[in-house]
Structure formats: C-alpha cells, structure tokens
Design a protein around this ligand. Structure first.
Ligand code: FE
Length: 231
C-alpha cells in the first residue's frame, strides 16, 4: 500500500494537515507543467510510507504492479456496495444478525465482498440509538464498502468536532436527532472500520432489495444523514 498503517486514503489526506500544503496557486502558465507533487512538501508519514513500500518491494514481498492494482481495486468501490448490504439487511433478518455479529466474515461468505484490510463493525441505528462514524486520528474509512471518503470526512473540523458536539455537527448536516435517542460516535482505526446500518424509512413495506438500495445514500452509512424517501 502506498500509505502508512494501511489507510485507504490518498497522499493528500489528513495525515499531512500540518505541513502547509500550498494549494490554490495561480495557473498563469509562467512555468512548465511540472507535477503537482513538486509543490507539496511531503510529511513524515508520507516519507515513512514511501520508504517502507520501497523496502518491501526491494525485499520481494510485492511489486509496483501489486500496489497499482490495489489502488485500482480501491477506486472501483462505491457506496452502491454499502447500499446493497443495507438493503439485504433490511429484508433478511437473519443476514442482519450475522452482519452485526461478524461483518467482515458475513460479507465475504454471503455477498463475496472482501473488506480486505481491516475488520468491519456494522452498527445499527434504532429508535433508541443513532450512530455516526469518524476517524479522529486521520481518515480511516470503510473504503471497500463505501469507496473513497468525502473530503469533509478527512477535515480536521469534522474529525475534532463530531466527537465533542455530535448533535451540533449532525444539525449542520441537516440531521436532527431527537433527545429521546442516544447519539453514539465511533472512532475508526487502522484495524477497525465502522459502517452504519441506517433505519429503514417508513413507507417502504414490500419494496425489493433493489428499490431499497436505490434510496440508501453514502452519508446515511457514515451516520451524518438518515435515509429519506424522495418527495
Ligand atoms: Fe485514520
């Protein structure tokens, strides 16, 4: 992997927040088109990851094409995968139980979805509990079921504030959680990724898995939104 502690994120993720990236420079063509990376100082973890990758390639554990294939694999994932998992859980109670008990194994055995790098814990929203996911350290995210994380997920703002003021942050996303429901914040790690199983909206009785999957958006599986039916 091109990054430290098996993260799913790109080289410009939250690890390097302190290194003073200088985006937004003018594009006035008074220079030749050197790669963007040339303008960006690499942070400590980036350098460490590069060194580790080169050493592992040199030692023969994998080669450059393995790294490229992994990146391609990551980039091929989208929230549609997560939506298909949620739709199945909504329509098959025994699958849901297995999913909540052992997410990674259940997805591999029953849907042939490989979570690959980390364990996956699926947390269920209920009448009593609303769950939301963050990685306070950097940007760990269930990339193999949701694709790459949105930019806000990697922002220092979200990472720091959702832990301390979850209801306020959810409010800013337009999501109001009543005082009668507990809000639980789950902090991801390199070894443990979380995905939210949102509440099934009223008015979807008898819907097929495919119909249900069509209304399940990415943000509801991070927990900053609930699933709502289009008007
Ligand atoms: Fe992280």
């Amino acid at each position: 992997m091109p990054h430290s502690h098996d993260h799913d994120d790109g080289p410009d993720d939250g690890h390097d927040d302190d290194t003073g990236h200088s985006h937004g420079h003018g594009h006035d063509h008074d220079h030749d088109h050197t790669p963007i990376q040339a303008d960006e100082p690499t942070g400590h973890y980036h350098n460490l990851a590069d060194a580790a990758r080169e050493l592992l390639i040199e030692k023969g554990y994998f080669d450059g094409s393995d790294v490229r294939e992994m990146i391609e694999r990551i980039d091929s994932r989208t929230p549609a995968i997560g939506a298909s998992i949620v739709a199945k859980a909504w329509t098959d109670p025994s699958f849901k139980e297995r999913l909540l008990t052992n997410g990674k194994k259940t997805l591999k055995d029953e849907m042939d979805i490989d979570v690959v790098v980390a364990d996956l814990v699926v947390v269920e929203n209920t009448e009593d509990v609303h769950n939301v996911v963050v990685c306070t350290l950097c940007s760990c995210y269930p990339v193999f079921v949701l694709g790459r994380p949105p930019d806000w997920y990697k922002s220092r703002e979200y990472r720091s504030r959702v832990v301390r003021h979850p209801r306020q942050v959810l409010h800013e996303f337009g999501t109001e959680i009543g005082d009668d429901r507990e809000v639980r914040v789950h902090d991801s790690t390199a070894d443990m990724r979380y995905m939210v199983l949102p509440k099934r909206p009223a008015g979807t009785d008898g819907w097929s898995e495919e119909q249900l999957a069509g209304v399940i958006g990415r943000d509801s599986m991070i927990g900053v939104a609930e699933v709502e039916l289009p008007n």
